[in-house]
Design a protein around this ligand. Sequence first.
Ligand SMILES: CC(C)(COP(=O)(O)OP(=O)(O)OC[C@H]1O[C@@H](n2cnc3c(N)ncnc32)[C@H](O)[C@@H]1OP(=O)(O)O)[C@@H](O)C(=O)NCCC(=O)NCCS
Length: 174
Amino acid sequence: MGTEKDTQINSSGNFSNTNPIVVRRCTLEDLEGVIEVNEEELPEDYPYFFYKSILDNYPESFLVACNSNEEIIGYVMWRVERTPAITSLKLKNNGHLVSIAVSKNYKRLGIAITLLSHSMKKIKKYKIDEFVLEVRVSNYEAINLYKKFNFQTHSIKEKYYRDGENAYYMILNP
Ligand SMILES: CC(C)(COP(=O)(O)OP(=O)(O)OC[C@H]1O[C@@H](n2cnc3c(N)ncnc32)[C@H](O)[C@@H]1OP(=O)(O)O)[C@@H](O)C(=O)NCCC(=O)NCCS
């Protein structure tokens, strides 16, 4: 775990000066708050040990956004996967966006942009060949967000979600 100095990130975007939002690395104590935001914002929920294993393995790119009461109001987490390249037998490293969410009272303030841009810099240190993610085809808020980062739709994963919805598989070359 790093020092306070290297876990705090000066937030950019439209965050209010009177109610500053801090984006910093997630700690074990934050996981409960992360799970709350996930359960409020996304139909996909994960068991505690899943969050813990992401935190154990990729702590630098597991970031949280906190309000002035130190409540968790957003998070982002990534993992690295080694997969065969489509055009050769070589293996490549994918930085896979596991999940990102921002609480409803804090949306449209640029928090997701800050979470994504800082975490992508961190996950790059694993020598990523590509950033990849899946997103529900109906999730225009998130699709717009990823397009802002120049993610391109690579393909559709049919019935990717438990309720049968398709996913766009989106890719970005770092
Ligand atoms: C998608 C989500 C993370 C965006 O968080 P946010 O902090 O509100 O996003 P930001 O304020 O940083 O906005 C970044 C960009 O996302 C897009 N966006 C965000 N909300 C949007 C909305 N309601 N309508 C259209 N585009 C939207 C826009 O391109 C926006 O840029 P702009 O404000 O310059 O137009 C948030 O809506 C959320 O938590 N959704 C539920 C969880 C989820 O769907 N996660 C993604 C799973 S793949």
